[in-house]
Design a binder for this molecule. Structure first.
Ligand SMILES: NC(=O)c1ccc[n+]([C@@H]2O[C@H](COP(=O)([O-])OP(=O)(O)OC[C@H]3O[C@@H](n4cnc5c(N)ncnc54)[C@H](O)[C@@H]3O)[C@@H](O)[C@H]2O)c1
Length: 364
């Protein structure tokens, strides 16, 4: 069992991954500045896992701070070494993720996502911690030519968020000494073991309903929006375009249950630790596409509530269909999604129903 640093571990994907890693027996250090999350999520982990105060003090340590703060990162690594339990690997979730916001604040996105990753890599290198799982994104494929999208598809980001993920991917290839950056599984010449995981559309929640997605302000993505309409927090859902070249005219996406995604991180970590230095680049998606109208219907069934919607103009920057080819993740990790749209809606609704206002108003 390893001691792991999880940056952004209080966030949506991070908190669910923490559950899976704690269940697997790992000890976690979470670094988060809570700019888009709540410490309450980490408290809830303890109840999901029945950790008492003594267990949680040793198994889940929380550091509030910024991933760009090199002194804080140094302290975290040094403290672990002094306790004779050095950090063996890092899962790096911390970052900004809103596409539209990135268009208005490109420098902010390059700073947090790219400079934050660079700072983290520098400290990891100094402390000879060379195993990293990085949160990349299918956004970097832009408008895909081939669907389902294989990892070998061109990288063609169409917004600053996607560009920042592409930049970190390139930095990681350089750090791993993989100059011909096109292979999916390449030997690293520098001793680094790195997985670049390209997520498709993470949704759903832990089946307990205790943790889930809690976006600040108006949700940018379909799922939390549908969920907030169903619970009555928002009036009508806007469906952007009904004239896409798809079966029902609405956009198609590859939705992945956040617990499947969390398990994918554990598999990636195991694969890195269990083999030599390498750079892995993998899509994490289900390979199944669902249209907006299919999502609405599935959510209505799961919740027993109506989700009123209105068709409006297409949004600039959207693609008609984005679906992963997840074959390589199965070949390299033995991982594939196990939960479908019905489980996604069931668990997402359980979270929304139990927490109509998310974590807001609750003190950790
Ligand atoms: N959710 C998605 O649709 C999606 C898709 C593809 C990739 N990703 C990537 O996965 C990662 C996790 O996404 P998520 O959905 O859990 O997002 P999230 O916003 O819920 O989680 C990110 C966490 O990082 C923290 N954070 C942000 N900036 C920080 C900083 N400077 N220092 C320390 N902590 C900081 C936030 O407070 C939050 O807890 C992100 O890197 C995101 O870009 C997400």
């Amino acid at each position: 069992m390893a001691r792991l640093l999880i940056t952004g571990g209080a966030g949506f994907i991070g908190s669910h991954t923490c559950v899976v890693l704690l269940e697997a027996g790992h000890n976690l250090l979470v670094l988060d500045n809570f700019s888009n999350s709540s410490p309450v999520a980490l408290e809830r982990l303890k109840s999901i896992l029945n950790l008492n105060d003594r267990d949680s003090a040793s198994r889940l340590q929380v550091f509030q701070g910024d991933v760009r703060d090199i002194d804080l990162l140094e302290k975290i690594f040094e403290k672990s070494e002094l306790q004779s339990s050095p950090i063996e690997a890092v899962i790096h979730f911390a970052g900004l993720k809103a596409v539209e916001e990135s268009v208005h604040d490109p420098l902010g996105y390059w700073d947090v996502n790219v400079s934050g990753s660079r700072t983290l890599l520098e400290v990891m290198d100094k402390h000879d911690c060379k195993t990293l799982v990085f949160s990349s994104s299918a956004t970097l494929y832009g408008y895909p030519d081939i669907v389902p999208i294989p990892e070998s598809a061109p990288i063609n980001p169409i917004n600053p968020y996607g560009a920042s993920k592409a930049a970190v991917e390139m930095m990681l290839a350089d750090v791993a000494g993989c100059l011909k950056d096109r292979g999916i599984k390449q030997a690293s010449t520098t001793g680094w073991r790195i997985a670049r995981l390209r997520y498709f559309n993470p949704v759903g929640a832990h089946p307990s309903g205790c943790i889930g997605e809690d976006p600040n302000g108006v949700p940018n993505n379909l799922f939390p929006y549908v969920s907030q309409v169903a619970i009555g927090r928002r009036g009508t859902l806007q469906v952007f375009g009904s004239d896409w070249p798809t079966s029902d005219g609405t956009g198609i996406r590859d939705y992945i249950h956040v617990m499947d995604l969390a398990e994918g991180h554990k598999c990636a970590l195991d694969a890195l630790v269990g083999s030599g230095p390498q750079l892995l680049t993998l899509n994490l998606g289900s390979g199944v596409g669902s249209s907006v109208l299919e999502v609405i219907r599935a959510f209505e069934t799961a919740s027993g509530r109506e989700v009123p919607y209105k068709i409006v103009e297409r949004r600039p920057g959207d693609a008609a269909i984005t679906v992963a080819d997840p074959t390589l993740a199965y070949k390299c990790l033995g991982w594939r999604t196990r939960r479908g749209l019905n489980e996604i809606c069931r668990d997402g609704w359980a979270w929304q129903f139990a927490n109509p206002n998310g974590y807001k108003g609750e003190v950790a």
